[in-house]
Design a protein around this ligand. Structure first.
Ligand code: ZN
Length: 239
């Protein structure tokens, strides 16, 4: 492919260090499972960054050279430095894409960009999840049929306290009866944002090829275009 999207896969990378069950599923961390899937999809240069690196691996230099950032966090949202959250938000406003995964619905960066609680219902009980596609032809579901079945996953249920999405691309049903808007898009400033639900740490969702395909498609969709960051603001003379 001629395009080369620079993707940074960010991960808190703590469950794998403290929970043998998670480590068995993701021995190199789920960030490396996601990065492997993105590299296999082609057209992307992929790096990873984790919480415990200096500046959480998200220096200004790294972010300036990132077209799309993916974000997974859960147990350490509060440990993410506010100044780095603000740095990420400024980059999104300037055109960087952001793919927010699973429990990162409660991340500081997602809440800062949404302006709502981003709360939801949940249950860890081996529910079967069916992800239905509600936006046929959308780039994020390109190459897939009209649904994905995940045999066992954590349940997330409505109401999901997010602003009305620009597009609802995916809706999940769960064997317990709940439904959830599991793939939604937003624009904030020049940046495109996609929230994608699957990926509880004790289930192998990021080894499932359709899930990785959605993340790769989302990275392509969220990548900035040539004019994304070219706006000027402030006082101006008439044409
Ligand atoms: Zn979870």
């Amino acid at each position: 492919m001629e395009s080369n999207i620079r993707v940074t896969v960010w991960h808190e990378f703590r469950h794998e260090k403290t929970n043998a069950k998670v480590k068995a599923i993701y021995p190199d961390g789920m960030h490396n499972a996601i990065a492997t899937g993105l590299r296999a999809a082609g057209g992307m240069t992929v790096r990873t960054a984790t919480l415990d690196e200096p500046e959480h691996g998200l220096s200004a230099e790294v972010l300036d050279n990132t077209d799309v950032l993916t974000w997974w966090g859960h147990m350490t949202h509060h440990e993410v430095r506010d100044d780095i959250v603000e740095r990420v938000r400024q980059r999104v406003w300037a055109g960087m894409g952001l793919v927010v995964l699973h429990s990162a619905h409660f991340s500081k960066i997602f809440k800062a960009l949404m302006g709502t609680s981003c709360d939801l219902k949940w249950r860890e009980a081996d529910d079967r999840e069916i992800i239905w596609f509600t936006a046929p032809g959308h780039p994020i579901v390109q190459g897939l049929s009209d649904h994905i079945i995940i045999p066992r996953e954590e349940m997330y249920g409505e109401h999901f306290d997010i602003p009305e999405p620009d597009e609802t691309v995916l809706i999940s049903s769960f064997s317990g009866g709940e439904v959830f808007r599991s793939g939604v898009t937003y624009r904030r400033g020049a940046g495109k944002i996609f929230y994608f639900r699957p990926g509880h740490e004790t289930y192998p969702a990021y080894h499932q090829k359709e899930v990785l395909q959605i993340i790769a498609n989302a990275a392509r969709w969220a990548a900035p275009t040539a004019n994304s960051a070219k706006q000027t603001y402030g006082n101006r003379k008439p044409l």
